[in-house]
Design a protein around this ligand. Structure first.
Ligand SMILES: *Cc1c(COP(=O)(O)O)cnc(C)c1O
Length: 356
């Protein structure tokens, strides 16, 4: 077996997704999903035929939502496939490198490892901002820079000025990839308006988070016609299953988008409610500012708190193993009743009798 498997695959640490971790409980606040299920009935009598390579109708619908021309969009199996495709299409082993900024989403590092591409990890500053000085000094052979905005698991947005500065000082042969998985919660902060100005800018989007369709596995790459054409070359022959694109089309109707926007406002309201309550617990040391549908908190004894919450059937995400995030836990924002349930469980830990 040792001889069968390439060394970089032997060494590979696969992504510890919420599903792979497999914790079970009553309430799941561990994967930043939407707490509401919006999927309508689905019927199809066309499954004997291969799907379109890219559904024109879906491109049109997402174009309308994102205000990016359909020719500049690629439909993918979620952001995760987008991260992978970019490395697959643009990186040469033993030559090109990818850069990212910890603590952040793990798949930039894992995808680089899968293709045995060298990684440069520039830690975020203690304020969770980008270290432009260090980025500038380490650009040698960097083919792709991944920025997650808003960042997971910290929840903050990066300064638009910093990202534009980076676009201005990197070579045109380095791609700046902005993972906007959570941008629907803060849509004015998208960098999509810069796509026409910078030929090396790529944006990743998904229906998994605010749109509440994580099971669909549908995402989008926004860039320019040339880059989309290159990515199309390395895409699988029939990448998007017909039920996926048809359900995605159904959910991108303007009426449904309005409903999603209503849900986004509810999540933001629930987040404010939860933050207000969290501030009253003495064992919570810090609540980091969040522009997404989750919050990161720093506590005394994160393991104990995590296990307490778990023992009451609520699953959140332990982030304490990540660079600079000792004793940090990440909580996805659920429905109001889930938030209240969590607060009740937290108040038991505090030894408080009552809430509100
Ligand atoms: C959840 C998440 C993803 C995965 O998105 P899919 O579209 O479901 O593949 C990608 N990036 C970040 C930052 C995420 O949090």
């Amino acid at each position: 077996m040792k001889k069968l498997i390439p060394q970089h695959i032997v060494d590979l640490q696969p992504y510890q997704s919420a599903r792979r971790l497999g914790l079970s409980g009553r309430i799941y606040l561990n994967a930043n999903e939407a707490p509401w299920n919006t999927v309508a009935n689905y019927k199809n009598n066309n499954l004997n035929r291969y799907p379109d390579f890219q559904s024109k109708e879906l491109l049109k619908k997402y174009s309308k939502y994102s205000r990016v021309s359909p020719h500049k969009i690629l439909i993918t199996r979620g952001v995760d496939e987008g991260i992978d495709l970019l490395i697959r299409a643009f990186c040469v082993q033993n030559c090109d490198k990818v850069m990212f900024f910890s603590p952040t989403y793990d798949m930039y590092s894992i995808s680089a490892d899968i293709y045995n591409i060298e990684k440069i990890n520039i830690p975020l500053l203690s304020s969770f901002e980008l270290n432009k000085h260090a980025i500038k000094k380490n650009l040698n052979n960097i083919k792709i820079i991944y920025i997650c905005n808003p960042n997971n698991p910290t929840g903050n947005l990066f300064l638009k000025k910093d990202m534009v500065d980076i676009l201005n000082f990197i070579p045109k042969t380095t791609l700046l990839v902005i993972d906007e998985a959570y941008i629907d919660y803060s849509v004015n902060n998208s960098l999509s308006s810069k796509l026409d100005q910078y030929t090396n800018l790529v944006i990743l989007r998904t229906l998994s988070k605010a749109f509440g369709l994580a099971a669909l596995r549908c995402g989008f790459i926004l860039s320019n016609i040339e880059i989309i054409r290159i990515l199309q070359k390395v895409l699988a022959p029939y990448p998007i299953a017909t039920p996926v694109s048809e359900l995605a089309i159904q959910h991108l109707h303007s009426g449904n988008i309005q409903k999603i926007q209503g849900n986004i406002l509810k999540i933001l309201k629930n987040k404010e409610f939860l933050i207000k309550q969290l501030k009253t617990y003495s064992y919570i040391q810090r609540i980091f500012p969040s522009e997404a549908n989750f919050i990161l908190i720093k506590v005394f004894q994160s393991k104990r708190l995590f296990n307490h919450i778990k023992s009451h059937g609520i699953i959140i995400r332990d982030q304490s193993h990540k660079l600079g995030l000792e004793n940090c836990l990440r909580i996805s924002i659920g429905t109001m009743s889930e938030c209240k349930d969590l607060i009740h469980v937290l108040s038991i830990f505090e030894g408080k009798k009552n809430i509100q």
